[in-house]
Design a protein around this ligand. Sequence first.
Ligand SMILES: Nc1ncnc2c1ncn2[C@@H]1O[C@H](COP(=O)(O)OP(=O)(O)OP(=O)(O)O)[C@@H](O)[C@H]1O
Ligand SMILES: [Mg+2]
Length: 268
Amino acid sequence: MSRLVVENLTKIFTLGFFSRRRIEAVKNVSFEVKEGEIVSLVGESGSGKTTTAKMILRLIHPTGGRIIFEGKDIWKELKDHESIKEFRRKVHAIFQDPFASYNPFYPVERTLWQAVNLLEKKPSNKKEALELIKESLVRVGIDPKDILGKYPHQISGGQKQRIMIARCWILRPLLIVADEPTSMIDASSRGGIIQLLEELREEQGTSIIFITHDLGLAYYVSDNIFVMKDGEIVERGHPDKVVLEPTHEYSKLLVDSIPKLYRKLEGL
Ligand SMILES: Nc1ncnc2c1ncn2[C@@H]1O[C@H](COP(=O)(O)OP(=O)(O)OP(=O)(O)O)[C@@H](O)[C@H]1O
Ligand SMILES: [Mg+2]
């Protein structure tokens, strides 16, 4: 069974109260994500990637179409507080801007305490909870004493993204939607973040929707690639197919823009 099925998803934004200007941000997008699968949404700025992600995360309401997660329509069938809370436990977001995910007035580990509080089976006391938090930090390559008690401005972007992944080790979500998780952190931390996502997939069977501008990176991490342009999926399939035999003009352009070094490494 597919973990996530997206069917004819559409989002039309209307600008201004009286204006008739409509922006078709996402048009008839359909795709599936299976258990333990990493799929990438690739496309230029404004192609509708984040809007698609936000609808899947239940942050913005679709204009049309359906999103079925674990067999349930997330907009029609999850109504009560309890089922929405369960959805929040199972589906996680990692955003582009690691700063935006933190409140500047609280120590960074607050986000991990919040994760512990979302757990169905909570640790029996504070000490156990702290142990769990420390374990999750070690899991993502952070020495707890390097960050505990620190405020968001005192740690790096890479550390912030790692802490978002530590949240996933605590909550064990079934699906992670990672929207350009590496684009705002320095190049040397990028590979580490991708590897941590792959470890989650390997060890927990987490499904991941990975959003990126970078087809080269998508080729490297995904089981399936969906290329978006102007709100539509214009090319889809196995990375080898999309990168080696692109059919749409736009995917050909994207393939041409993959830096030469990648090609050499990947033998393309
Ligand atoms: N809240 C909104 N109101 C009106 N238009 C919006 C809104 N959010 C997004 N859009 C428009 O929808 C289109 C798709 O935007 P979206 O943010 O989904 O693109 P994206 O593929 O994530 O781009 P990027 O790579 O720059 O993050 C754009 O034309 C954008 O201007
Ligand atoms: Mg975006």
